[in-house]
Design a protein around this ligand. Structure first.
Ligand code: DAH
Length: 340
């Protein structure tokens, strides 16, 4: 029995020498010290021995057990440490390696233009409101005094979704939403996307951007309209800029006008940008039609207002000398990167 114990000790030493993993170490532990382990079997068989033999063998068995346990624990710690070190090696990061270069994006020229225009109006006390791109026919046309027979309602110009719902053809329906939601004094602008059933060419796109403006209060006059838009033009195109108000027609304003600015390229002498006229048309405007104010439930004897709307693409094309509107939507980085 004692020689068996010695054999167990020798074998344990040899096997542990070879063990490389925590699992292998555990296997050896079970094989020797487990319920059916070699050493456990011997300890169980000791009952058959004489008292003297039992004492001697018992002492030796205990010694062997504690030795095996110590060896196992030592080995277990060693392989655990080795495994950790191997893991560290795999996970090692070389902080001196050159990083991946990331290119910083640039703002889209239309975003730049919209922000510039919005900033000018915000500095004059306007706040920004937004409206949905999917609109009701009522907000886009009827409430804006464009009745069922108005030419703008033609199917060829408008993307209808149902009989009563469309993709807004202008940002003007935000005027209606604002009048229904807010009491005067109203002083808002609303930038956003618009849609018209146009075939794309150098100056037309089925999707484009507008900025709408609406001011309503007691005692607002055409002089306020002219002063505001003249100041806006000077801030956007330079202090030398002159403005000209030409009579026009929009269903939702009366009187209505189109605004030309003196050409910022040639100063009014005539050049390619202004097509030799010295003037460039930039927006539509007018005094809000009483029928529109009535939609908001306002007393039209007490309240008056002005409104305006401009095409963002048009302003951006003029400002940056872009000769084809389609360049704005192609996302060619060689184009976009020029506006850094
Ligand atoms: N909604 C007009 C258009 O798309 C632009 C416009 C003109 C807006 C006059 C206005 C305005 O608010 O008063 O052509």
């Amino acid at each position: 029995m004692q020689s068996q114990l010695n054999k167990i000790l020798e074998e344990a030493k040899a096997q542990l020498e070879k063990a490389r993993t925590q699992a292998e170490t555990d296997e050896i532990r079970v094989k020797i010290l487990g319920k059916k382990g070699e050493l456990t079997q011997i300890l169980r068989g000791m009952g058959k021995l004489s008292p003297e033999e039992r004492k001697e063998t018992g002492q030796m068995a205990n010694k062997v057990r504690s030795e095996v346990e110590n060896m196992l624990n030592e080995k277990f710690e060693a392989v655990k440490k080795a495994a950790k070190e191997a893991q560290f090696k795999i996970e090692k990061i070389d902080v001196t390696e050159p990083g991946k270069s990331r290119t910083l994006g640039v703002k889209h020229p239309l975003t730049i233009t919209m922000e510039e225009i919005s900033k000018v109006f915000m500095n004059m006390g306007f706040s920004i409101v937004e409206g949905p791109e999917v609109e009701t026919v009522f907000n886009n046309f009827d409430a804006l005094n464009a009745g069922p027979n108005h030419p703008a309602r033609d199917m060829t110009d408008t993307f209808y979704i149902t009989e009563d719902v469309l993709l807004r053809t202008q940002t003007s329906p935000v005027q209606v939403r604002t009048l229904l939601k807010q009491d005067p004094p109203i002083k808002v602008i609303s930038p956003g996307r618009c849609f018209r059933c146009d075939t794309p060419d150098a100056t037309h796109s089925p999707m484009f951007h507008q900025i709408e403006g609406l001011v309503v209060d007691e005692g607002i006059t055409m002089a306020d309209l002219k002063g505001t838009l003249d100041s806006f033009a000077k801030q956007l195109f330079g202090p030398e800029t002159k403005t000209k108000f030409r009579p026009h027609h929009f269903p939702f304003t009366e009187p209505s006008a189109e605004v030309d600015v003196s050409c910022f390229k040639c100063g009014g002498k005539g050049c390619r940008v202004c097509k030799g006229s010295g003037w460039i048309e930039i927006l539509g405007c007018g005094m809000v039609h009483p029928n529109v104010l009535k939609v908001g439930g306002l007393d039209t004897e007490k309240y008056t207002g002005f409104a305006f709307g401009m095409g963002v693409e048009r302003v951006a094309m003029l400002k940056y000398g872009v000769d084809d509107i389609r360049l704005f939507y192609e996302n060619d980085m060689r184009f976009i990167n020029q506006f850094k």
